[in-house]
Design a protein around this ligand. Structure first.
Ligand code: GLN
Length: 250
């Protein structure tokens, strides 16, 4: 069995390459029936409205919702996080379909436009406890969402102190919520809820594979099916080399 990566749009290739670097075979998912052959799924970053339109076109939503409900591990990064949230605000007019399952309200473009993209080192104690390595992780935020509200079953893995000038006051965020954001100056950017993992940033764009290994452990804990492993010397060598881990935004 392999790990599926939703391959409609966005950074699916980068996720597949990161999986290869830790010796796991990922497969591209574009059709509902392909979900039957994977034990876990990654929904990559990209543009959630476009991805939702494509998912709609391929009739993927019912199969994706079933996949989440069966308890198989699913990790959403950035647009993938938006997909998994039960509620999204700041959507384009007409809204967009969500897969749901994650008891969160997410603001689709909380950190602003492409120009406000940034990267920062954040500490994620839960990740370091499981994966070891440096105390911080380089997080790349691209037109990134943030979680404004999380339900009681949602474990917060990381939050981010929001500089006030970055705070976007969306009309869709009600006043009490806005007040809360102002006083706390923190938003949630990584969570886990049972079989679901979600990050507002892009671990697949860095050379650090600890989030992918972390997800793999969730997959291991979820069932006893054998994962399709590949030799790290198999295939195209360029994929297995550590990518040039330069800052994307400075
Ligand atoms: N904010 C974007 C959206 O609405 C997500 C950006 C990303 O995935 N890098 O889809």
């Amino acid at each position: 069995m392999s790990i599926g990566v939703l391959a409609l749009q966005g950074s699916f290739n980068e996720h597949l390459a990161a999986l290869r670097r830790i010796g796991v075979k990922g497969v591209e998912i574009r059709k509902p029936e392909q979900l039957q052959h994977v034990i876990a799924l990654i929904i990559p970053g990209g543009e959630s409205t476009t991805m939702a339109k494509l998912a709609e076109c391929h009739n993927l939503f019912p199969a994706l919702r079933d996949f989440v409900k069966t308890g198989k591990p699913v990790w959403g990064t950035c647009a993938g996080l938006i997909f998994l949230a039960n509620k999204a605000v700041g959507q384009k007019s007409g809204g967009q379909d969500l897969v749901g399952g994650l008891d969160c309200t997410v603001h689709r473009n909380f950190f602003g436009s492409q120009l406000q993209s940034f990267e920062t080192e954040l500490s994620v104690p839960e990740l370091v406890a499981k994966e070891g390595g440096p105390a911080t992780f380089r997080c790349v935020f691209i037109r990134a969402p943030a979680i404004l509200k999380a339900g009681p079953d949602v474990e917060v893995l990381a939050d981010y102190p929001v500089p006030l000038e970055k705070l976007i006051c969306s009309k869709s965020v009600d006043e009490s919520q806005e007040e809360k954001l102002r006083s706390e100056e923190k938003v949630i950017i990584a969570v886990k809820q049972g079989n679901l993992l979600a990050t507002a940033f892009h671990p697949e764009l860095t050379a650090d594979t600890r989030w992918h290994s972390f997800f793999l452990k969730m997959v291991g804990e979820a069932g006893d099916q054998k994962l399709n492993c590949i030799s790290t010397t198999e295939g195209d060598l360029s994929d297995h080399q550590t990518p040039n881990d330069l800052p994307i935004f400075q």
